[in-house]
Design a protein around this ligand. Structure first.
Ligand code: GLN
Length: 243
């Protein structure tokens, strides 16, 4: 058991951005570290709080109203967040949180929300709402598939050195046009997949935990293998499921 290992997690604005069970991602990270005897140091960050240095930051999804509420607090600390990104901290953003990882999110109505520019991307609200199951394939995970469901009107376009997280096999993903889902730059991961994401994709959960620990300890970390029978039953139940 890895008794001496610890991971600090910064949960950004959970009271505002926690749509469709995105809290399940924190529960997955907490349990998958606890089951391995790794200390899980949880930090809830609320509007007005100074964001502390953490190994891994998580931000969930939300309606335009909640995104508007937190965007200014995130934007005020973008330089700090970019510094943490450049130091190798891991970020996971879901849907509305993902959109705020880019340069801006232009909702259908109201002001443009300036983002953190953690990734080279931008989002504009579309007329159509994408709602349904998603299956996408990554180039860095085994199994390669990621599953979840999407519910967004935002259309995200990634550019520069920011790459897609995965390529769609079912669903609309970033914008329903370029067949991409999510984004990755350095250790920043964004996705439209609710579900919640990590309980149904334990291989991604472990990938993120390993990245965060190796960045904290500057050493290769092998995670103990867990019995993920149930998790993969849930995963396979969604793979390829019609929209
Ligand atoms: N409000 C954003 C949109 O509609 C994000 C929604 C979400 O987080 N599910 O695109």
């Amino acid at each position: 058991m890895n008794k001496e290992l610890k991971i600090s997690v910064g949960h950004l604005y959970p009271k505002q951005l926690n749509l469709y069970g995105d809290m399940g991602n924190i529960i997955s990270l907490k349990m998958r570290t606890k089951w391995r005897g790794i200390e899980f140091d949880y930090n809830e960050i609320n509007p007005g709080d100074k964001i502390p240095p953490c190994d891994l930051y998580f931000i969930g999804g939300g309606q335009d109203k909640e995104q508007t509420e937190v965007a200014k607090y995130l934007y005020e600390q973008k330089d700090f967040l970019i510094e943490k990104r450049n130091e190798g901290a891991v970020f996971l953003g879901i849907c509305g949180g993902y959109q705020l990882f880019g340069h801006y999110y232009q909702p259908f109505e109201g002001e443009k929300l300036l983002g953190t520019s953690l990734i080279d991307a931008y989002t504009v609200a579309g007329k159509k709402r994408f709602i349904g199951n998603v299956t996408a394939c990554t180039a860095f995970l085994k199994p390669s598939t990621l599953v979840g469901f999407e519910n967004h009107s935002g259309l995200t376009y990634i550019q520069g050195n920011t790459k897609p997280l995965a390529i769609l096999t079912v669903g609309n993903g970033n914008n329903g046009q370029d067949n991409t889902e999510g984004a990755r730059f350095k250790n920043v991961f964004g996705t439209y997949l609710h579900g919640s994401l990590l309980p149904k994709n334990p291989h991604l959960a472990d990938y993120l935990i390993k990245l965060a620990l190796e960045n904290r300890y500057h050493d290769e970390i092998e995670l103990a293998v867990l019995d993920d029978k149930l998790e993969y039953i849930a995963h396979r139940a969604v793979v390829g499921k019609d929209y």
